[in-house]
Write a protein that binds this ligand. Structure first.
Ligand code: NAD
Length: 335
């Protein structure tokens, strides 16, 4: 792929941004990363990493200075369902500030292409009431009824990108991610997502012990490995497609099944304890990949078994290095 550009990745200290920077460098790009924090688990591969708060407009101008050609705008205040349900005002305000000002600063600094990372949380909630959900096509975001806070803010920024094209011919790309997972992502502290949280819980559990699950575990999702996510991002940026595009897998799996898969990878037999007081988000959500296939001639291909295996081993290793696995005996061996 001929992408030897000067590129800015915002959110470069975060999960997807960190992986994207590494890939862009491997493709021969010059990369500036910007974030309010550095990556937690590994040094960045970026040519420069600047710590800037992108809620401030002057910082957005700084971030996009110096002949940047492409912007991957991944910076966002976000987390798993617990976090996005608990902090709607902060998330909405922070992300609207980042997105609106990054768009304007990129336009004024003559960036030639701007990619906005949207989310499957933009989809109408009324279309996600059953666990056996029909995969969501891009047009299913309307009539608008997205996830409160985070989903509204993403949907509004999608619109803003369209207006920038209409009014200024400022060239934008809009990707709707469906649950990205992989190594080097947050796995505890409240911002982690289901695959990382489950991997941590399985790694820390006693064989024969119990595992806590949010909701009844029959809620369904699809999950995409981070390498596929990065590949899709590069392909979308290189394409001439300006409308929102799903980027995810279309293999639907319940949270209970996900727990079974991770437990098998971890070699543990665990009893599920369901906590119905915890938020579980929409009942079912899957990606319709028809437009993705048509537009990019490609779709994610890393299997959940393969991707979870790498993710689980990485989290297990992190916990071992932190000295948190050394005392774990199996429930049976402790008897
Ligand atoms: P992440 O939280 O790991 O990365 C986001 C980064 O943005 C963080 O490093 C954070 O420090 C940074 N950031 C937050 N506020 C900032 C500010 N004011 N100034 C500068 N940087 C700031 O999340 P991620 O999983 O890598 O997600 C990247 C993008 O993809 C986000 O826009 C997110 O909404 C979107 N997305 C992710 C998923 C997923 O499953 N991971 C799903 C849907 C959408």
């Amino acid at each position: 792929m001929p992408v030897k550009h000067r590129v800015l990745v915002t959110g470069a200290g975060g999960f997807i941004g960190h992986h994207l920077v590494r890939r862009l460098k491997a493709e021969g790009c010059w990369v500036r990363g910007v974030d309010i924090k550095g990556p937690e688990y590994e040094a960045t591969a970026a040519d420069e990493l600047e710590l800037l708060d992108l809620r401030k407009y002057d910082n957005c101008l700084l971030a996009t200075r110096g002949g940047i050609e492409q912007v991957y705008n991944l910076a966002a205040d976000m987390g798993g369902i617990g976090y996005i349900t608990a902090s709607r005002a902060d998330i909405s305000r922070n992300n609207i500030l980042i997105n609106a000002q990054m768009l304007e600063a990129s336009r004024l600094n003559a960036v030639s292409r701007f990619l906005f990372s949207s989310s499957a949380c933009v989809y109408a909630q009324s279309k996600q009431r059953g666990a056996d959900v029909t995969p969501l096509r891009e047009e299913d975001a309307y009539p608008a009824d997205p996830e409160a806070g985070y989903g509204w803010e993403k949907l509004f920024t999608e619109e803003l990108c369209r207006y920038y094209w209409q009014d200024y011919r400022f060239d934008t790309r809009i990707v709707r991610f469906h649950n990205v997972y992989g190594p080097l992502g947050t796995y505890e502290g409240g911002k982690e997502k289901a695959p990382a949280a489950i991997s941590r819980k399985v790694a820390l559990a006693l064989d024969g012990g119990e595992i806590d699950i949010w909701g009844d575990g029959e809620q369904t999702r699809s999950f995409m490995y981070v390498d596929d996510c990065v590949e899709g991002l590069l392909r979308l940026m290189a394409s001439d497609y300006r409308d929102p595009l799903n980027l995810g897998t279309d293999r639907l799996i319940s949270i209970n099944e996900l727990v079974d898969l991770v437990s098998e990878i971890g070699g543990k037999r665990l009893t599920k304890r369901h906590d119905l007081s915890k938020p579980q988000g929409v009942r079912g959500r899957n990606s319709d990949n028809n437009r993705l296939r048509q537009t990019l001639g490609w779709e994610p291909s890393v299997s959940l078994e393969e991707g979870l295996n790498v993710t689980y081993r990485w989290i297990e290793n992190e916990l071992r290095h932190a000295g948190r696995l050394s005392n774990i005996l199996t429930a049976r061996s402790a008897d």
